[in-house]
Write a protein that binds this ligand. Sequence first.
Ligand SMILES: Nc1ncnc2c1ncn2[C@@H]1O[C@H](COP(=O)(O)OP(=O)(O)OP(=O)(O)O)[C@@H](O)[C@H]1O
Length: 373
Amino acid sequence: MSITIDQISKNFGGFQALNNVSLDIPEGQLTALLGPSGSGKTTLLRIIAGLESSDSGRILFGGDDVSQLHVRDRNIGFVFQHYALFRHLTVAENIAFGLESLPRKQRPSRPDIRQRVARLLEMIQLPELAKRYPAQLSGGQKQRVALARALATQPRILLLDEPFGALDAKVRKDLRRWLRALHDEYHFTSIFVTHDQEEALELSDQVVVMSQGKVEQVNSPTGLYARPESRFVFDFLGHVNVLAGVVKGQKLVQGDAWVSLPAVRNDQEAQLYLRPHEVQLARTPCAQAKLPLRIEAISLIGSEVRIELAPEGWQSDEIWEIGMSHAEFARQNPARGELWYAVPGVGHLFVADSAQPRTIDWQYTEAANASSM
Ligand SMILES: Nc1ncnc2c1ncn2[C@@H]1O[C@H](COP(=O)(O)OP(=O)(O)OP(=O)(O)O)[C@@H](O)[C@H]1O
């Protein structure tokens, strides 16, 4: 069941929590609402659910306007951050609760309910815990039970509000993978709220980045990371290295640092954004840039080596980060305290007050220059 959010606005007193939000949520996909605290994610989720009314705009499920439908009639499953399991009911009874509470005409027979609960227990991989009470479960197990309970009535749509927010990092990661696998098997249309970019990028088919009650950008995780359309999305999604300077003679210049630019008007302020994986390190300046940096720290993080560097002879508000493979690290052998030069591969240039960046690919530019010589 697809969801259409059509020009939704919501004020609380004088405060605008949602400002004319329009959005398409494709059927069968997992969509993340990602944004900083207070950006309006939960408010939007509650309006989709029918737990909150909007001041203007419409919500459509599969093309039908449900804006006036009561939450009970929207056929939605919910999972919240704090497992709202009933303490006095067993796991099986918790899962059966939604079915038992259906009006008599819609309620399945007792054997059917038992069978459906057994199937859901299999699905969440906890059949052996059917008779336990919530107090006897771990946080991760409680969230799986909450999910089974939400799915018991076979909702068309599943809404999750920071479902793994209260769990520790390892359990979060396991549950993410598990939810993704479950989703791939059952294909419900799901929206989940998170302020954790890693979670959004890892789990979802589509990410909606929100800021101050507005949608900043919608894209697949890879598209969003590769092509952020605004400074906000850049800053919010992973680390970014910035050279802020002035354009002079086909170069962006600041102090001892410069980067060559294709055709940009002189004497404008500009900022160049570079992701850690879009930069390499060399012992000498390269043809397209001189970006001297001193190595401050080297950390081995899983499959990657992360190098933190401080500008030398120029300035940056934040430390620079460059990621390299272990093989590359062994080959180059950089050490703390040494002076190195960043070699930009791809960068994103914001000129003056432009909201959208222009992407520059130096490998391509250098190759083109070389072949035209
Ligand atoms: N019932 C309410 N009354 C007044 N203000 C509210 C109400 N609900 C939300 N707000 C305000 O609306 C804004 C958006 O809140 P919302 O909970 O949607 O943000 P969020 O992005 O989900 O944030 P978080 O990640 O912290 O949960 C916030 O500034 C919040 O204080």
